[in-house]
Design a protein around this ligand. Structure first.
Ligand code: FES
Length: 361
């Protein structure tokens, strides 16, 4: 209806409504209501041939979508997905032919479906704008009373009040319904209490330099005290990672340590001196906040910063937290040297590494 209104008519309607809503008072407007611009018919509104052409384009896009969907299913079963089917697609680079085919077919199917719908809406569906006046959203008192009466009658009819057994069992069933959501959280992985206590460190475990680990992960070099200068920092792992096979990532993640050599005179804690070797101290590399690797070391202050949320630990004072959200110190690994002069663990960590968790003592 309003599609046939002129610009001036819309303005007139708006002004009239302003008068009506104000209970007789005329609302002041800072500027005139411009109303809707005059509707301009599109070519497809006035030319049946153009409309037919648009219809064919839309139908063509939908057919293309259907064909691409079928092609996707064919590619899924027919195009091999193994290393022999790796091909180079300029400019994307090397990728599996199967992934390429599946991506292209699904992409074309979704794109042509969307493009067809948009083209249909823009050329053939009506584009006449219709003003919708606002009205009071709140129901009238009569409607509210009628709704409440209807609800109460429904309660009576259902026997909700008269049958407490059904009522209570239904409420009980609904109360336990969300529990599966909690239950399936067990699939997120092992409980932290069981993993964070089990690093690969034990008495006599050789400490190897992470930089010396070969690409295949089976070779690595031990570290002698003279390899570490005062102020320097070395990322290290237990030698057990060299034979860990598929467990290597988990093991390296949990057991990662940092070796730092301090001037023994700068170390503030007697335990830290006892657990170190000639000023070389070893701390877990896993931040005790939420587990990022800490590695930003400031040698003048002996502060170790976690880049994730800026927790800062004092490595000259038992790894104590001096800033940030971490709630506890970095665990220290007691170390010594073996008969060949290489650094080894004197024992495992005396506490779980990484973030805090509920069961932690
Ligand atoms: S993980 Fe280290 S500060 Fe948050």
């Amino acid at each position: 209806m309003s599609g046939d209104m002129t610009h001036e008519e819309h303005g007139a309607v708006a002004v009239e409504q302003e008068h009506g809503h104000g209970h007789g008072a005329v609302a002041e407007r800072p500027f005139a209501d411009p109303g809707l611009p005059e509707h301009q018919p599109r070519l497809t509104d006035i030319d049946e041939k153009a409309a037919k052409r648009s219809e064919r384009i839309v139908a063509g896009l939908f057919v293309l979508s259907a064909i691409s969907t079928i092609a996707f299913m064919v590619c899924y079963t027919e195009v091999p997905n193994n290393t022999s089917s790796i091909v180079n697609f300029f400019p994307i680079g090397a990728m599996s032919a199967s992934n390429f085919a599946l991506g292209i077919t699904l992409g074309v199917a979704l794109f042509s479906l969307g493009a067809g719908a948009i083209y249909w809406a823009r050329t053939l569906m009506t584009d006449v704008e219709l003003p919708q006046e606002r009205h009071v959203l709140e129901s009238s008192p009569e409607d509210k009373a009628a709704g409440a009466a209807e609800f109460n009658r429904g309660l009576e009819d259902s026997g909700w009040k008269q049958r407490p057994l059904i009522r209570r069992t239904l409420l009980g069933a609904m109360a336990v319904l969300p529990l599966p959501a909690l239950w399936i959280m067990r699939d997120l992985g092992p409980l932290p209490g069981t993993t964070q206590r089990q690093t690969a460190w034990a008495a006599g475990e050789l400490i190897i330099n992470d930089n010396s680990i070969s690409l295949d992960g089976t070779q690595g070099r031990g570290i002698k005290p003279e390899d570490i200068q005062i102020g320097s920092l070395v990322s290290a792992s237990p030698a057990a990672v060299l034979t860990a096979g598929e467990e290597v990532v988990d093991m390296m993640t949990l057991s990662a340590i940092l070796l730092v050599r301090l001037n023994p005179a700068d170390i503030k804690s007697q335990q830290e001196i006892n657990w170190g070797y000639e000023g070389i101290v070893a701390f877990s590399k896993i931040c005790t906040h939420v587990g990022c690797p800490v590695q930003l070391y400031e040698q003048q202050t002996h502060h170790m910063l976690c880049p994730c949320h800026q927790s800062t630990f004092d490595l000259s004072d038992d790894g104590r937290v001096i800033f940030g959200p971490a709630a506890r110190s970095l665990p220290q690994l007691p170390i010594t040297v073996n008969a060949d002069g290489y650094l080894v663990a004197k024992a495992g960590f005396d506490q779980p590494v990484g973030p805090s968790f509920w069961e932690r003592g």
